[in-house]
Design a protein around this ligand. Structure first.
Ligand SMILES: [Zn+2]
Length: 307
């Protein structure tokens, strides 16, 4: 019996050693590099804006099972503790460009998953890849195997940060059931999806059904007093909000669902239609104003709609 326990402990020690961080754990990250040396079309497209800015570019790689993930990370070197954005989809260029603007205006940083410019990477949607156990991964239709290393590598960027979890996405016009081709819209609600429309302040684009802030929680919105108040404040600032109540049956291995399921903290995802750059930047400004996160310098051109 004792021998069996000792054998089990030996195996456990080996397993834990295999999970340790650093290169051996399948995760590596470079030192700061010049953004001009990044092998990323997104970073290259923004080089003019990044030139001379206090920005560090790092390349992170995560090897897990059959997958070799590459993340492009940009961080403000003078104010690295500002808002940090995750961009899981590589085909959402407007979101990336808005993220660079946010990083320069507010500090902080962003992490963008490289999928060669496509939404999916080798058949896996990067925003359906958040799960740490086999039981959890089986809950998700678009997920075959758990990805604890991928999940932890991304979430580790939030350790010690006071700002909430933040994401940037773009979506397509409308939704499949109203003749559009998007899969997210203020018009697409259901038993677990609650839409709260923004007040009529700010630019007209904020009222577009495709421009919205996604939040998620383990309870219905009406049962979550804190989040309910936050959503009301976002609405007053002119922002549409879509809330998902995450349950064991609708958990989909997205970042929002993972954070809600594990109750890891506040999360806001700014979704804007592909190409709606000005709208997405206005949404970032308004969300951060509600969260009490000020720009590094007052915006050059004062926005008359922001009080
Ligand atoms: Zn997306």
């Amino acid at each position: 019996m004792k021998a069996a326990i000792a054998a089990c402990l030996a195996v456990l020690v080996l397993v834990l050693a295999g999970c340790a961080g650093g290169q051996r754990g399948g995760i590596s990250i470079t030192e700061c590099m010049d953004p001009a040396d990044a092998r990323s079309a997104d970073v290259r497209r923004n080089l003019a804006k990044l030139r001379g800015a206090p920005v560090c570019y790092r390349r992170q790689e995560v090897r897990e099972g059959d997958f070799h993930w590459v993340f492009h990370i940009l961080e403000h070197t003078k104010t690295p503790d500002g808002p940090f954005w995750v961009l899981p989809h590589d085909n959402e260029n407007t979101a990336f460009d808005a993220g660079v603007e946010a990083l320069l205006a507010y500090g902080g940083g962003l992490l963008a998953v490289d999928a060669g410019g496509a939404r999916n990477f080798r058949g896996q949607d990067p925003n359906r890849n958040f799960s740490t156990t086999a039981v959890e991964a089986r809950l998700c239709r678009a997920k075959r195997r758990p990805a604890p290393r991928y999940t932890r590598a991304i979430l580790a960027h939030y350790e010690g940060r006071k700002t909430p979890y933040l994401a940037l996405h773009n979506n397509s016009n409308g939704h499949a059931r109203n003749g559009g081709n998007g899969n997210l819209s203020m018009q697409l609600t259901g038993p677990y999806l609650t839409a709260r429309h923004g007040a009529r302040v700010g630019s007209a684009a904020l009222r577009d059904e495709d421009n919205l802030v996604v939040v998620a929680g383990p309870r219905p919105l009406r049962a979550d007093a804190v989040l309910n108040r936050r959503v009301a404040a976002l609405n007053r600032a002119g922002l549409n909000v879509l809330h998902k109540e995450v349950t064991a049956t609708n958990f989909d291995c997205s970042l929002s669902d993972y954070l809600a399921r594990h109750r890891l903290g506040e999360y806001y995802n700014i979704e804007a239609e592909h190409g709606a750059r000005a709208a997405q930047t206005e949404m970032i400004d308004r969300l951060l104003a509600v969260l009490g996160i000020a720009p590094l310098r007052p915006k050059q051109r004062a926005n008359p709609f922001l009080e």
